[in-house]
Design a protein around this ligand. Sequence first.
Ligand code: ATP
Ligand code: MG
Length: 256
Amino acid sequence: MDRKVVHIKVDKISKSFKNDEGRIEVLKHVSLEIYKGEFLTFFGPNGCGKSTLVNILAGIEEAGDGEITFPETNGKPKIGFVFQNYRDSLMPWLNVEKNICFPLKLKGITKSEQKERLKTLISEFEINIDLKSKVYNLSGGQAQMVSILRGLIVNPEILIMDEPFSALDYQTNLMLYEELLKIWRKLKITVILISHEIDEAIYLGDRVAFLSKKPASIFKVLNSDLPRPRKLEDMGSQEFAELKKKALEIFRNTAT
Ligand SMILES: Nc1ncnc2c1ncn2[C@@H]1O[C@H](COP(=O)(O)OP(=O)(O)OP(=O)(O)O)[C@@H](O)[C@H]1O
Ligand SMILES: [Mg+2]
């Protein structure tokens, strides 16, 4: 990975919302350069504005102030998005195939091309899920995999994932970490993932960006420079323990 190519430049993003008490400032001068092909994880206190930030990155929400630019890309790159609550974001009346292809349908892509794209995607990752099944019949892990595939069906250059693993059990998470890292290695895309598990943020990320409490800004960026490809056992290594110690120290300081 060439770490020097800036894929996304986040420049002094601020955002506030109106609520019953007036205005609440959620983000204040968030600035960060995200590199092409890197796996960046965000970590921060509950409710500090993580979802708001990635929604702005994806263009789902507008920034109040500041600018997001893509210096190396002509126009805006294609972005895939995996929402925080996968159960709520999947459509229960549609089967797996239709859920995954939904973003293509929105773009007006023909049914036969949708099927073709899905076939390619599925074959690339040896996914073993019944495409005709309704999503409520799936396990949590399978349902989350469907949301990830829905994010990938648009052939994104950037995949943004908002706490994709927070509602799943530990064993399922470990399995999905491996799947996600495989996907990332193969597609060589930029991945941005919000996590609320420090082990997960370190294990998956090349860098962990810590947000401060609300109004959030980037408090610190930790290089998670464990060698790749990583294995689950790496979470038990001395190197990992040292990174985790640093991360916990940073996190403690974000709350003060
Ligand atoms: N559309 C909105 N209108 C008003 N307030 C909002 C809106 N969206 C978010 N907020 C407020 O902004 C703050 C940050 O919310 P956000 O969901 O971005 O945080 P978060 O870090 O993702 O939280 P969590 O850890 O629960 O996922 C919260 O106080 C939330 O209530
Ligand atoms: Mg959130």
